[in-house]
Design a protein around this ligand. Sequence first.
Ligand SMILES: *Cc1c(COP(=O)(O)O)cnc(C)c1O
Length: 236
Amino acid sequence: MPEQTSAVAANLARVRERIARAAERAGRRADEITLVAVSKTFPAEAIRAAYDAGLCEFGENRVQEFEAKQPKIADLNATWHLIGQLQSNKSRRAAQLFDRVDSVDSLALAQKLDSAAAEYGKRLPVLIEVHLGGEATKSGVAETELSALAEDLPALAHLELRGLLAIPPYSDDPERARPYFRKLRQLRDGLSRRLGRPFPALSMGMSHDFEVAIEEGATEIRLGTALFGSRTNVAG
Ligand SMILES: *Cc1c(COP(=O)(O)O)cnc(C)c1O
């Protein structure tokens, strides 16, 4: 096995064990939790190594960065998530390149993605990113505007709202993220009730706090550092 593959495979084995233990504590099944490998700042070769180790969902936070890597990994049968803030002038390209956009935070952006998806003849699954307070996270729709945005999305025929994403303010102590995770789940449950349909995806939890997120009901966790090692350049 190439060195890169064995490193990510070893990290993945440890992560899977931690997922299993957290799921067990919460009385959940580990296979309810999707692992999205966050490959931002890492080269296409690292993505291929992760894929060879068994990962097939990847998150990137910049359209241009992914655009540059994509030709080298176009043969992989993987699902590509855009997880970073999207400027509307990149929405057409994003709708073309990605399988899901996890960071929708305004109706204007949703409308752009919808018309781009129409143009490419696809129905694009999306998540709404919710801003849960705190200084550290500036992206996402305000909690007070979430309902209105979620109610407007069904009119956009080429988008399909699957759920919510949030990034709690960073803390060294993962327990401090717990109330934010709980809040996101409550927001999701409230939306499902009001709109009368399920929103299965709750994307929450990163390398430093994913176990708490799983205990609070995450269906997807987004891990970069825990799989690929630390991002030494500042781009991510
Ligand atoms: C970078 C990033 C992650 C992964 O962060 P790690 O701490 O390296 O696991 C997850 N979600 C989003 C939105 C990110 O930008």
